[in-house]
Each structure stands twice: as C-alpha cells, then as structure tokens.
Write a protein that binds this ligand. Structure first.
Ligand code: FES
Length: 166
C-alpha cells in the first residue's frame, strides 16, 4: 500500500525543507575544505594596515646643500601580508640651519616623480604641470596637497648620516 500525499500543497513544503537541510549539510561539509582556502587567501591578499615607518640612512649633514637640493635614492624592502616588495623612492634633501627638509618626490596628484627646477628653485611635475616650492607647498597645477615630508633625524655626530623615516 502506497501513501499518497493527501494534499498536493504538502509536496513543495517537504521539498523546501529537504532542500534547506541538504544545503545546511553541504555547508557543514564545505567548512573543512573552504576554511583553510579562505584563510590562505586572506593571508596573501589582505589589505595591510599602514606599514610602520622604516628608517634608512641618508647622507651626512655636510653633504646636504642649503641653497639647492640633493637628490637621494632610497631603497628598502617592505612586507605587505605575505608579499615582500623591494621599493625604490626618490627623496629631495635640503639643509635648513641644522635641520634637514626631506621631501618625497612623489607628486600628490597622480604619483609622478617631480623634478627639481634649479633655475626657478621649485619642483615641477612633468605629468600635469604641478609645481611646488622648496618646502614642498603647492604653487600651481592640480596637486591637491604639498609634497610628503619625511621625518629626518639629524645626528649630533656631524660625520654620521642623517636618518630618514620612510
Ligand atoms: S601627477 Fe603631478 S601634476 Fe599630475
């Protein structure tokens, strides 16, 4: 003797319940497989918090001019999650009394490297004609902010290099 559903409306309800149960079981079974995969992906691609500053050696104070700027190339290694990145940046150094002004060459508009225009004593961006004064303040063009100033630590020993936090 077979049992027929007394009411055809019962069938969709049973099917829906079964579907939910099957989906729940499938999700439970997927956790051991997907969990480690998602964790590995997070470790590799997670957006890193702003990296801690790295200290690099620049030049002794005596080698940094006060009437112009000295171009200095900084090379360092930075880690973002599982990625290790070798970075090279251009920094402009200028002496102001016993202090050093260290400016990142990266334009604050779209990131091109600015050049020092010695004749006009200003920084000029070749991409969209942004200009900055010797302290990095915007003189003209589209840049929305001054050039990024790096912390420069001047040692008491005049022969020792100035340290930069980048
Ligand atoms: S990137 Fe420098 S002005 Fe646009």
């Amino acid at each position: 003797m077979t049992t027929e559903p007394s009411d055809s409306r019962d069938l969709p309800t049973n099917t829906t319940r079964r579907s939910w149960l099957e989906m729940f079981v499938a999700m439970l079974l997927a956790i051991p497989v997907l969990g480690p995969a998602l964790l590995a992906a997070w470790v590799v691609i997670r957006p890193g918090k702003r990296a801690d500053p790295i200290e690099v050696m620049a030049l002794p104070l005596a080698e940094i001019p006060s009437d112009g700027v000295r171009t200095f190339r900084v090379q360092y290694r930075r880690q973002h999650g599982a990625f290790v990145e070798d970075v090279e940046r251009v920094v402009y150094l200028r002496r102001k009394g016993n202090n050093v002004i260290a400016l990142s060459a990266e334009c604050t508009h779209l990131g091109c490297n600015v050049h020092f225009d010695a004749a006009n004593k200003k920084f000029a961006c070749p991409c969209h004609k942004g200009t900055f004064d010797l302290d990095g303040a915007v003189l003209g063009g589209p840049p929305p902010a001054q050039l990024r100033r790096l912390k420069a630590i001047v040692p008491t020993d005049a022969a020792a290099p100035v340290r930069l936090e980048i």
